[in-house]
Design a protein around this ligand. Structure first.
Ligand SMILES: NC(=O)c1ccc[n+]([C@@H]2O[C@H](COP(=O)([O-])OP(=O)(O)OC[C@H]3O[C@@H](n4cnc5c(N)ncnc54)[C@H](O)[C@@H]3O)[C@@H](O)[C@H]2O)c1
Length: 252
């Protein structure tokens, strides 16, 4: 039996990278995927490619009204909401000394506040559906620091503990809604393309990132999507409030 049969999943950041690959796997496993992203061109193109089991809605994760419209469109199009992937995110390089207030707010608005709004808006619809599964993408940089990624680390650390709070609240309220975080290492998606171009003198940007992972390479979006699919499916019904690391050994 397909692993996501009859499940409707809303994916922020569904137009690109890990979100797009997860949407492909959701449809392949018999589910319905609502791709929600601020990038309308790529989002609509992927929804067209995936066919009748996919739908695109424009979403700015920093706006509550935009989330409400996306959840309403999901229920209107496919009848319910069972799964939410919070994958929309931005990465910026800065240290505590050169990060401006504006930049700190921008990164945290998308990565952290966007995840908060996604969880808050999806829960009522999941309650109506009898339960659901929320997957929030944090990062290995939500588990440890990096001097070059101050605002990003702060935003992803917030996603980690926000996830546990949502999981505990939903468990206490007996909503049958689970919530887990996923912590990827460096994954070869458009997000890290600028980093791959930056040589550190001796090594190419790609080589220096590959060397951080004991497995000796970058991760692929489909490898993270497989973990997310497990969490969205009924194969993971005893997992909630947990951290799922997918990092080629980086944090080992
Ligand atoms: N690629 C990596 O190495 C890596 C590592 C750890 C964690 N992550 C996280 O994984 C998630 C997915 O990243 P990716 O690598 O697939 O990147 P990506 O750049 O390919 O995709 C991110 C998507 O988020 C969308 N987005 C950005 N801001 C938005 C907003 N305000 N509203 C709606 N959509 C918005 C973009 O349009 C894009 O489609 C992010 O949260 C990222 O921080 C990525």
């Amino acid at each position: 039996m397909p692993r996501l049969e009859n499940k409707v999943v809303l994916l922020s950041g569904g137009a690109s990278g890990i979100g797009a690959e997860t949407a492909r796997q959701v449809v392949r496993e018999g589910g319905k995927a609502v791709l929600a992203d601020r990038d309308e061109t790529r989002g609509r193109a992927l929804a067209d490619e995936l066919g009748a089991a996919a739908h695109f809605v424009p979403l700015d994760v920093t706006q509550e009204a935009s989330w409400q419209a996306a959840v309403a469109a999901t229920v209107e199009t496919f009848g319910a909401l069972h799964g939410l992937l919070n994958a929309a995110g931005i990465g910026v390089r800065n240290s505590i000394e050169d990060c401006t207030l504006e930049e700190y707010r921008r990164v945290n608005d998308v990565n952290s506040l966007g995840t908060f709004l996604g969880c808050k808006t999806a829960i009522p619809a999941m309650k109506d559906a009898g339960g659901g599964s929320i997957v929030n993408i944090s990062s290995v940089l939500g588990l440890r620091g990096a001097a070059y990624a101050m605002a990003y680390c702060a935003s992803k650390g917030a996603v980690r503990t926000l996830t546990k709070n949502v999981a505990l609240h939903c468990a206490q309220m007996k909503y049958n809604i689970r919530c887990n975080s996923v912590h990827p290492g460096y994954i070869d998606t458009p997000m890290i393309a600028p980093r791959l171009e930056q040589s550190d003198g001796n090594r190419s940007g790609r080589q220096s990132l590959e060397d951080m992972h004991p497995l000796g390479r970058l991760g692929r979006a489909d490898e993270v999507a497989s973990m997310i699919l497990f969490l969205l499916s009924d194969e993971s019904t005893f997992s909630t409030g947990s951290e799922f690391v997918c990092d080629g050994g980086l944090t080992a």
